[in-house]
Design a binder for this molecule. Structure first.
Ligand code: PBG
Length: 368
């Protein structure tokens, strides 16, 4: 029942309480000592913000954001040889062969993770300057998608639309004489999106940052009868050094010459990100994404506040590597910083988060 220690801190309600209050109003005097105290509104000691933080239950009651497994998207890597292999800069992350990828995805579905994002590790021998393997319906991504679709029908499958894993020159678009061609790349990206949609991919994720690609992919999908295939545009994708471990994971680190600054965003800018998001929405993007995540929470916040559309965020490979490296040294508590970092995305306004920690986080959320 009520704790009567608190009673002493409250003005007692009496039968003639109203009369006393009105007496005080007219005379400035009262029989009630608590009403005689000068009113200090909006300040200490009446206001004590710590009251709402006294116990776990009260903190839960007033929590403004929540993180659930439904907020998580799990990026996974697929590889040609059967079995799994590790990625040295991403401890705990595996590349899955086609013999075991379905089981891994089934585990994600069982944990109620709504969607996965599939990335390929492509054998060097299949990479060309024309990136033909990207639109080969038998490429590793398409085969993986068909397998997953059959084995785990209810999970959402996202595919990256970008040429880099298939490009012997390592860039997201076609390179001629050291220049990354825009319109020719968009044509190739449309072909890539189509083979992915045909394989059963639900969400196309153009991460290439070519101009006009969202509209072109939308038209290509619609013309081919894929009106319900969704586009999650990597709209605000920055030219970031935080992608380093990912490039090892997909085997693109050796191939890349130069950087991606002629197409990915300059990290000095945020208005430019809003413009990029606006254009992608006008071209038909169903959801937009901001990437990287943690150093770009301001962008997530601005995008969500301005457009109010489904806003995804990508906690990228370098962010994962930082947290894991510090945890491995005993400098940070892994479970706590992963949870805190993901909640920060929710606070900033993200609807869902792509994170390599999706499985571990979902397991901990389930355990309570
Ligand atoms: C390639 C792509 C990249 C990532 C997702 N898609 C790397 C890049 O642009 O170089 C990065 C993901 C990560 O770092 O986790 N189009």
């Amino acid at each position: 029942m009520f704790d009567d220690r608190n009673e002493t801190a409250l003005p007692r309600q009496t039968a003639n309480g109203n009369a006393m209050a009105s007496q005080r109003n007219t005379t400035g005097n009262s029989l009630n000592p608590y009403l005689r105290k000068p009113a200090v509104l909006g300040g200490y000691p009446q206001i004590r913000t710590r009251r709402n933080r006294t116990d776990d239950w009260t903190r839960k009651l007033v929590a403004e954001n929540r993180l659930g497994t439904e907020d998580l998207i799990w990026p996974i890597f697929v590889q040609e040889p059967d079995g799994t292999s590790g990625i040295s800069s991403m401890p705990g992350v595996l590349r899955y062969g086609l013999d075991c990828v379905a089981d891994a995805v089934a585990r994600a579905a069982e944990l109620k993770i709504p969607a996965i994002a599939v990335f390929p590790y492509v054998d060097e021998s299949l990479k060309t300057p024309g990136c033909e393997e990207a639109f080969n319906p038998e490429n590793i991504i398409c085969r993986a998608v068909r397998l997953i679709r059959r084995a785990v029908p209810d999970i959402g499958i996202i595919c990256d639309v970008a040429l880099d894993p298939f490009n012997s020159l390592g860039h997201d678009g076609l390179v001629v004489d050291g220049r990354i061609l825009n319109d020719e790349s968009v044509e190739a990206l449309c072909r890539q999106a189509l083979v992915q949609a045909e394989a059963g991919c639900d969400i196309l994720g153009p991460s290439d940052m070519m101009d006009g690609r969202v509209g072109a992919i939308r038209r290509a999908l619609d013309d081919a009868g894929f009106q319900d295939s969704k586009i999650m545009a990597y709209s605000a994708k920055y030219a970031s050094a935080f992608y380093g471990p990912f490039r090892e994971a997909v085997g693109a680190d050796g191939a890349l010459t130069g950087d991606k600054k002629t197409y990915q965003l300059d990290f000095a800018n945020s208005d430019e990100a809003l413009r990029q998001v606006e254009l992608d929405l006008d071209e038909g993007a169903d959801m937009v994404m901001i990437k990287p995540g943690m150093p770009y929470l301001d962008i997530i916040h601005r995008v969500k506040a301005r457009f109010g559309v489904p806003t995804m965020a990508y906690q990228v490979s370098g962010e994962y590597a930082m947290l894991k490296a510090a945890a491995a040294n005993g400098w940070l508590d892994n479970d706590k910083v992963v949870y805190e970092s993901l909640m920060a995305f929710k606070r900033a306004g993200a609807d869902a988060i792509l994170t390599y920690s999706a499985i571990e986080m979902a397991e901990r959320l389930r355990a309570g």
